[in-house]
Design a protein around this ligand. Structure first.
Ligand SMILES: C=C(O[C@@H]1C=C(C(=O)O)C=C[C@H]1O)C(=O)O
Length: 119
C-alpha cells in the first residue's frame, strides 16, 4: 500500500466534521472508562489482599449474582443490552479473580477453595 487510508477519503466535509465531533466524544468516554477501570482494580486489589490475609476464597459467587442482577436492571433502564452488561461484568470479574488467586499464592502459597472457609 502506497497511501495511508484513514477511511474518510471521499466523504462530504460536513459528514467528516460530524464524524470527528462524535469520535472526540468517543475518545473522551474511552478515557473515562480506562480511568474508572483503573480505580476499580485499585479497590479489587485491596480486596484481594484482605481476602488473602484472612484466607478467604478469591471468588464470591453470591456477591457476583447480586452484582449481575443489579447491573442488568441498570442496563435496562439505560437502554443498554443487559446481556452485554452481564458479559462485560463477567469479563472484568474473571480478571479480578485471577488477580486474587495470584495474591493468595504470593501471600499464603496456596489458593483456598470455597469449602476451606467452612472448616
Ligand atoms: C472484589 C471481590 O472479589 C471477586 C470479584 C468481584 C468484582 O470484581 O466485583 C466480585 C466478587 C468476587 O468474586 C469481592 O468479593 O468483592
Amino acid at each position: 500500500m502506497t497511501t495511508s487510508n484513514t477511511g474518510t477519503g471521499d466523504i462530504d466535509p460536513a459528514v467528516r466534521a460530524e464524524l470527528a465531533r462524535l469520535r472526540q466524544s468517543i475518545d473522551n468516554i474511552d478515557a473515562a472508562v480506562v480511568h474508572m477501570l483503573a480505580e476499580r482494580f485499585k479497590c479489587t486489589q485491596q480486596v484481594g489482599h484482605l481476602k488473602a490475609a484472612h484466607r478467604l476464597p478469591p471468588a464470591d459467587p453470591e456477591r457476583e449474582a447480586r452484582q449481575i442482577a443489579r447491573l442488568r436492571a441498570l442496563a435496562e433502564s439505560a437502554h443498554l443490552d443487559p446481556a452485554f452488561a452481564e458479559k462485560f461484568l463477567n469479563f472484568i470479574v474473571a480478571e479480578v479473580i485471577r488477580h486474587h488467586e495470584r495474591i493468595a499464592e504470593a501471600t499464603n502459597g496456596t489458593t483456598p477453595t470455597p469449602t476451606d472457609t467452612t472448616t
